[in-house]
Design a protein around this ligand. Sequence first.
Ligand code: ATP
Ligand code: MG
Length: 655
Amino acid sequence: MSESIQSLLESVSKENRSFPPTPEFAEKARVRSMEEYEAEYQRSIDDPEAYWAEIASELHWFKPWDRVLNEDEKPFFKWFEGGKTNLAYNCIDRHIENGDRNKAALIWEGEPGDSRVLTYFDLYREVNQFANALKKLGVGKGDRVALYLPMIPELAIATLACARIGAVHTVIFAGFSSNSIRDRVLDCGARCVITADGGWRRGQILNLKSIVDEAVEGVDCIQEVIVVKRGHGDPFPCRIKEGRDHWYHRIVQDQSIHCEPEQLDSEDMLFLLYTSGTTGKPKGIIHTVGGYMVYAYQTTKVVFDMRKEDVYWCTADIGWITGHSYILYGPLQNAASVVMYEGAPNSPDNGRFWDIVEKYGVTIFYTAPTAIRAFMKWGEKWPNAKDLSSLRLLGTVGEPINPEAWIWYHKVIGADRCPIVDTWWQTETGGILLSPLPGATPTKPGSATLPLFGIDAAVLDDEGNEQKAGILAIRKPWPGILRGIYGDPQRFKDTYWCKWNGEYYFPGDGARTDEDDYFWILGRVDDVVNVSGHRIGTAELESVFIEHPSVAESAVIGVAHEIKGQGLVAFITVRENATADEKLEKELKDLVIKSIGKFAVPEKLIFSGDLPKTRSGKIMRRLLRDIAEGKALGNVTTLADPSVVETLRKKYQEQ
Ligand code: ATP
Ligand code: MG
C-alpha cells in the first residue's frame, strides 16, 4: 500500500471524540482500568493455555481435559481435548446447585403482550422433559436437528435440550423461505425439524408449519417434525402428517423432569449455523462443545460486565450467532435473567422496545446498528416517553456503527451515562473478539477498540506486513474459533486460511488502527473501493452521509469506471419528514468534499425508500453492485424483502 493511500485513510479517520467510562461504572466493574486490562491481556497472550485453563476451571467438567490446545492438525484446532462436559448443564444445573433455583432465567414477552417467566428450575424441568421426548423419538448424540421457530421460550428450551443430549442443533431464522430451509436441511442431513403452527410478527401470524411442510416434502433424511402450538388454528389450521408430525405439548407431557446430561467430548459438535449470506452462499459453520462454551462464558462476563443481578436483553434472533452466544449460552452460563422478545420493534407502535426496557427494568441492552438507525428515523419521542433509568450498559453488533448513530444511542438511550460496547465478531468466531471493556476502555464512536483477552489481532497487507490500514487478521487460535464448514473442509481452508500461508485467521474484513492502536472496521474487503488509486472503505463514506440530519441510512458501492478504475455509487434513505431533492443532493456532495475530498464524491446518488438487507438487517452491497452493473442477481435466498431490489433496479435505470 502506498504512502498516499495511508495518509488518505488516516485523514478519513477524523472521528476523535473519546468517552471514558464514568467513575461510577468503573468502580464496580469486573475490569476497572486500562492497567488491569493491559496486565490481563499480556498474561493471556504470553501464556494462552494457562489463561484459558484458568477460565475453563470456573465451569463444570465431568472429566478434566488432557491438553488445553492441540495445533497438530492446524487449522483444525482442538481445545480442551479429552475433557468431558455439557453446555446445558453449565447453563442450568450449575446455578440450581448454587442456590439459584428460583431466579428468573428467561423473561419472555410475546408480541401480542402475553408473557412468561421461567426460573432456572422451570428451565431445568422444561429442557429435561423435551430432551427426554427427543430421546424417546430416537434422536440422540450427533443427530442434526433443525429448529425453525419464532422467538418463543420453546426455541430456547429446544436448543438447550439438543445440547443436553448431544444432538447438533441448527437454528434457522424463522423468516427464511422453504427453499432456504430445504438447502440447510439437506446440507447437514437433518433428521428432525422443530417448528410451530404460528408466530407473531407485526400483528400477523406467520404460517411456519406450512413453510416447513413445503421445505421437507420429499426430503428423505427428515424423520420427525415437531410442532409447538403458538397459533390458534386461525387463519391457518395446522395439518398434522401421521407418523411424521408430533405436537410438542403431547410428547413432553408424560416425560420425567430429570434427564442425565450427556457427557460430551470437548470436541463433539455442538451446533451448526449458516452465516447470513452477505458475501455469497451461506456456509454451515461448525462449533464444538468445550471451546465454544468457555469462550461464550468469558466474553459475556467481561464485555457485558455481567452479574446474576442483571436483566439482560439482546434484541437479536436466536437464529443468528448473536442469539446463540449472547441470548442463550453466554448469559445463561453467567446466571443472568435474560429477556427474550417475540416480535417486531414497531408493533404495536415504534415505542415497543422502550416499553419492554421499562417493564422489566432492563440493565444491559444489546442491539444492531440497523435497529439504532431505525430508532433515529422514528425520533426521540418514543424512548423519551419511557423510563430507561434501569439501563447501565449498551452494546452494538453486526455492522460498523456510524458515529452519528453511536452518539444518538449514547445520548438518547444511554442518557450520556451508559458505556457502549461496539462488539466486532462473526458467526465463525463464536464470540466477540474486539470490543471495549465497559469499565476500562475509553470508547470512540465507530471503533470496536481493542482485542479481548487471548485475541492477537493485527492489520496486515497482502504480504503479511503490519499496516495502519489493510486487512484484519487474527494470529493465535482462541477457544471459540470455528472448527470447519460442514461437509466442506476444502472451503474452510480456502475461505479462512488462504492468506499469509495459513498463519493467520482471515475474517474477510478491512480495518485500520489509530494512534491508540484502536481498531476501526472498514467493512468487507470486497467493499473497499479503489477510486483512481485511492482506497475508500464504504463504511466511512456512509458515515459521512449519516451526519446529515436528513439522512437515515446509506449504502455505498464501487462500480467499474473507465478512467478511475472504480467509481462510487451511493444509495441514500432519507429520514421521515425530510425531502429527497436536488438541494439535498448538493449538500451531501459538499459534505463529502469537506469531510474526505473531491475524489470521494459519488458518480451517482440514488434516493431509495429502502435498501436490500439480509434477514439479520445487514445491507447487501453485493446486490447493489449487481444492480449497478446490470448483472443477474447473485444468491438472494437470505434477502429480507425481495421487492426492494426490483424497485431499486427500476430507479437505477431511470437515472
Ligand atoms: P456471510 O459470511 O455469509 O457473508 P455475514 O458475514 O454477514 O455473512 P455474520 O457472521 O453474521 O455473517 O457477520 C459477521 C460480519 O458482520 C463481520 O465479518 C463484519 O463484517 C460484520 N460485523 C459484525 N460486528 C461488527 C462490528 N461491531 N463492527 C463492524 N462490523 C461488524
Ligand atoms: Mg461473514
